[in-house]
Design a protein around this ligand. Structure first.
Ligand code: FEO
Length: 400
C-alpha cells in the first residue's frame, strides 16, 4: 500500500498486524506494529528508511507502484537496526551504486549487518542534502535508539523524520495520530518509552532542547513505527519531556511470584496495609509468572515505589523475579523507591538479594525488607499489613 502524505511525499512502509513479539521475545506487541518508510520526490528522489527484511520483497514490489526503483537517487538510513534497514538488501540489488546517507556509526552497523560494499556517505548534525526545491537536514541522535540513530528534517513541508523516537508499536491503517483511538495510542507510546527509552532519558531531554533551540518550524513528525504526528505534533515531544524527567504517578506496584501461595498472601496483606494508610494511592499487583513482562515494566515506570517479592529457593530467588530484576537493572529507572518481601523455609536469602539488586539498579531502598518463615500465620499477616502501612506513609503525597 502507498499513502500520499504531502505533495510528492509518500508513506511506503508496512503495517504488520501479525507481530506479537519484537526484539526476539523481549517486547510484546499486543497491537502489532508498523515499519514506516517514506519516499520524497523532488528534482532528486530520496527514500528514507526501509522495513524489516521479512517484508523486503513485498516492500520493493510496493515501491514500484510509485516509482521506477532505478530512479531513486538517494537512500537515507536513519537507524541500522534491521526493522528499518532489513529491506536494504533487496532494494540495493536494483540500485547498487545509490548513495546511502547515515551516521558514521550507521556505516559500521550496516556493514556489520549486511557485509556489503555499498556507497556509504556518512553525515553528521547539520549536514544538508539538496533535493532540488527542498533540502534534508540531518541530526545525529545517538541512543535514540542506538549509537547510530539520527533524525532528518525536510524543509518545505517541515517534516521531522525521527525514526524510533516518538514511535510506538501500533498497527493502524489510519496513518495519522488524530484519527486513531487516543487511549490506545498513548498507552503504546508510554509502553514504548518505558521499555525502550527509559535508560536514555537524559539524552532524550538533551536532544529535544537541542532541536528546540534551532527553532525549526514543524508541521509533522514522521516516526518509523506507528502513526504520523500530524495534529499538534509537539504533543508527543511534550510527553517525552515529561517522561524523561523521573516520571512517576501516585502509584505503588507490587510484583511477586510464589510457590505455595505464602508470598502471595504476604503481597495481599501488604496491599491492605498500603490502602489502609493511603486511600488515594493507586496500587497494582502483578504475579510475575503469567504476566506480560513489558506491561509490568510500564507499570513500574508509572510508579513512585515498587515492592518486589519472592520466596527463597535454592538459596536464591524465583527465576521469574530474577528475570524481572534483570530488566529493571538495564532500564536504569531514576527517582523511584523500593522494598522487598518473601517467605522462606530454611535459609531466607531472597529478601536481601532482591533488596541489593534494587539498590544496585538505582532505587532508593525504603527498609530492610520483610521475610516470613513458612506459611504466614495471623501474626505474620499483621506484620505484612504494618509493612504496607509504613511504606504508604513513607511515600505518601501530601496535597497542599
Ligand atoms: Fe525500530 Fe531501534 O529499531
Amino acid at each position: 500500500m502507498i499513502r500520499k502524505i504531502g505533495e510528492d511525499i509518500f508513506w511506503v512502509g508496512k503495517v504488520d498486524w501479525e507481530l506479537r513479539l519484537f526484539h526476539g521475545s523481549e517486547y510484546s506487541t499486543h497491537r502489532g506494529t508498523t515499519y514506516n518508510s517514506y519516499l520524497v520526490k523532488d528534482e532528486k528522489t530520496v527514500l528514507i528508511d526501509t522495513v524489516w527484511d521479512s517484508y523486503g520483497r513485498e516492500f520493493v514490489e510496493n515501491l514500484k507502484k510509485v516509482i521506477d526503483i532505478e530512479k531513486i537517487d538517494y537512500v537515507v538510513s536513519n537507524h541500522a537496526e534491521v526493522d528499518h534497514s532489513g529491506a536494504l538488501e533487496e532494494l540495493m540489488r536494483f540500485i547498487p551504486q545509490a548513495p546511502i546517507y547515515c551516521t558514521a556509526n550507521g556505516v559500521k552497523s550496516l556493514k556489520g549487518h549486511f557485509h556489503k560494499g555499498w556507497n556509504f556517505n556518512p553525515v553528521s548534525t547539520g549536514t544538508r542534502l539538496n533535493l532540488g526545491k527542498r533540502e534534508l537536514i540531518f541530526f545525529e541522535a545517538p541512543m535514540l535508539h542506538w549509537p547510530d540513530s539520527m533524525f532528518c528534517y525536510l524543509t518545505g513541508e517541515k517534516i521531522l523524520f525521527s525514526n524510533d523516537a516518538f514511535g510506538h508499536h501500533y498497527a493502524s491503517e489510519l496513518l495519522y495520530n488524530d484519527l486513531v483511538n487516543q487511549g490506545e495510542l498513548f498507552q503504546e507510546c508510554l509502553k514504548y518509552y518505558a521499555n525502550i527509552l527509559t535508560p536514555f532519558s537524559p539524552l532524550v531531554e538533551k536532544k529535544i532542547s537541542e532541536l528546540a533551540s534551532m527553532n525549526l518550524p514543524l508541521e509533522m513528525i514522521c516516526p518509523s513505527h506507528g502513526v504520523i504526528w500530524r495534529k499538534n505534533p509537539l504533543q508527543i515531544v511534550g510527553k517525552y519531556l515529561e517522561w524523561a524527567r523521573e516520571y512517576k504517578e501516585n502509584q505503588i506496584t507490587v510484583v511477586y511470584d510464589t510457590m505455595w501461595k505464602g508470598t502471595k498472601k504476604m503481597a495481599e496483606a501488604i496491599v491492605e496495609g498500603l490502602k489502609a494508610e493511603d486511600e488515594e494511592v493507586e496500587v497494582k499487583i502483578f504475579k510475575l509468572s503469567g504476566s506480560d513482562k513489558n506491561d509490568v515494566i510500564t507499570e513500574v515506570f508509572k510508579s513512585k515505589a515498587i515492592l518486589v517479592g519472592s520466596p527463597t529457593i535454592n538459596k536464591g530467588i524465583l527465576s521469574s523475579v530474577a528475570a524481572f530484576l534483570e530488566m529493571v537493572k538495564g532500564l536504569r529507572f531514576r527517582g523511584k523507591k523500593a522494598a522487598s518481601f518473601g517467605t522462606y523455609g530454611w535459609s531466607g536469602e531472597s529478601i536481601k538479594m532482591i533488596k541489593d539488586a534494587l539498590k544496585d539498579s538505582g532505587f532508593e531502598i525504603l527498609n530492610e525488607g520483610l521475610k516470613v518463615n513458612w506459611n504466614p500465620d495471623k501474626e505474620a499477616l499483621q506484620m505484612c499489613f504494618n509493612f504496607g502501612k509504613d511504606i504508604a506513609s513513607q511515600t505518601k503525597i501530601f496535597k497542599t
